[in-house]
Design a protein around this ligand. Structure first.
Ligand SMILES: [Zn+2]
Length: 157
């Protein structure tokens, strides 16, 4: 069963670090920060310099919006009142397929899944989708399990 979250109960504002990111989500694009000097990628975008080479010459990388669930947590206690009718929902840490670097660094992002807990397991592939909200300036990325995997693991196993 798809988990619905009503973002109209929150006021989401962009800031100088996230303005371009929110503009991209309105175009159904999922961006991560990229160092234009060494290619390192990271998320969230609030860090103004590359953690590998310290360059402040940074830009964006448009990911394909696919990845693998690295870990997850089931939120049963809403952290803000706006989500009181949305629990339980699953927040996953997702390893992005196209953000793997030669030294083994992998960019991981947090995302709220549309799937309920029974459909989620570590190791499953997932993809981003974009949900319009009541605010035309905010299109919210969500993630959805997109297939199966040979080896998976759940917290209840
Ligand atoms: Zn760098």
């Amino acid at each position: 069963m798809a988990v619905t979250i009503d973002y109209s109960k929150l006021r989401i504002l962009s800031d100088p670090d996230t303005r371009e990111w929110w503009a991209a989500t309105r175009q159904r694009k999922y961006l991560v920060r990229r160092c234009d000097k060494c290619g390192h990628k990271w998320f969230p975008p609030g860090i103004p310099a590359c953690s590998k080479c310290m360059s402040m010459d940074i830009g964006w990388f448009e990911t394909a919006g696919t990845g693998v669930i690295h870990s997850y947590v089931v939120v049963v206690q809403p952290i803000v009142g706006a989500f009181i009718e949305s629990v339980p929902y699953v927040v996953a840490i997702i390893e992005l397929d196209d953000c793997k670097e030669k030294d083994g660094t992998v960019t991981r992002v947090a995302g709220v899944l549309t799937n309920d807990e029974s459909e989620v397991a570590i190791g499953l592939p997932c993809k981003v989708l974009f949900e319009p909200t009541s605010d035309p300036n905010i299109v919210m990325p969500r993630w959805q399990v997109s297939g199966t995997a040979r080896e998976t693991w759940r917290f209840n196993e």
